[in-house]
Design a protein around this ligand. Structure first.
Ligand code: HEM
Ligand code: HEM
Length: 132
């Protein structure tokens, strides 16, 4: 059980790739092209937010099962670092992509949001790798 959860949680490393792809899509035209914005939106929800939330919950389960302390720095980075990702994903990435879907244009906020997501998730993954 724990081994399975560990593998699942470790797969969270790949999450770093998704905001990177979103940055590329945003400069490649997702700010104006509805088709590209739709691809970006699906990737953002189904390949980034949803699996990351699963990885997060599994991380808490692992912490409890292995008896690790919530005060360990890498765990705190994971727990707290996800909060700004949720905010950025809603206020910047989702909001801007929704504007494109409705026939408008996304501003530079889309690219900024994707870059922020990339930086935050990278900090979390690096903390996980060096902390435990
Ligand atoms: C979405 C956010 C998170 C991501 C992307 C993530 C990713 C990772 C990765 C890639 C590792 C493996 C590091 C390595 O062995 O090189 C790891 C380990 C670990 N993570 Fe996370 N993590 C996240 C959130 C959390 C949270 C919220 C907790 C606990 C509350 C947590 C607890 C742990 C623990 C205890 C380990 C060590 C597992 C072991 O002993 O092998 N993680 N995490
Ligand atoms: C099973 C896991 C989770 C699910 C299904 C989930 C789902 C959601 C959804 C649907 C929203 C609203 C987004 C929108 O309106 O577009 C949201 C917002 C938010 N979530 Fe989560 N979430 C999860 C885990 C978490 C965790 C673990 C945290 C904190 C560590 C978190 C923090 C937040 C915050 C702060 C917002 C508000 C963002 C804002 O209004 O700017 N969520 N979440």
């Amino acid at each position: 059980m724990l081994t399975g959860l560990k593998h699942l949680h470790h797969a969270g490393e790949y999450l770093v790739a998704v905001p990177l792809i979103l940055v590329i899509l945003s400069v490649a035209g997702a700010r104006t092209k509805p088709g590209l914005a739709k691809v970006a939106s699906r990737l953002h929800t189904f390949a980034f937010l949803m699996p990351a939330r699963l990885v997060y919950i599994v991380g808490i389960a692992m912490m409890v099962m292995t008896g690790r302390s919530i005060t360990e720095v890498f765990i705190l980075v994971g727990l707290i670092g996800w909060v700004p990702v949720e905010i950025v994903s809603k206020r910047l990435v989702k909001a801007e992509l929704a504007a494109v879907a409705q026939g408008g244009e996304a501003s530079a906020k889309l690219t900024i949001g994707a870059v922020l997501e990339l930086v935050l998730i990278a900090i979390i993954v690096v903390a996980m790798e060096h902390g435990h």
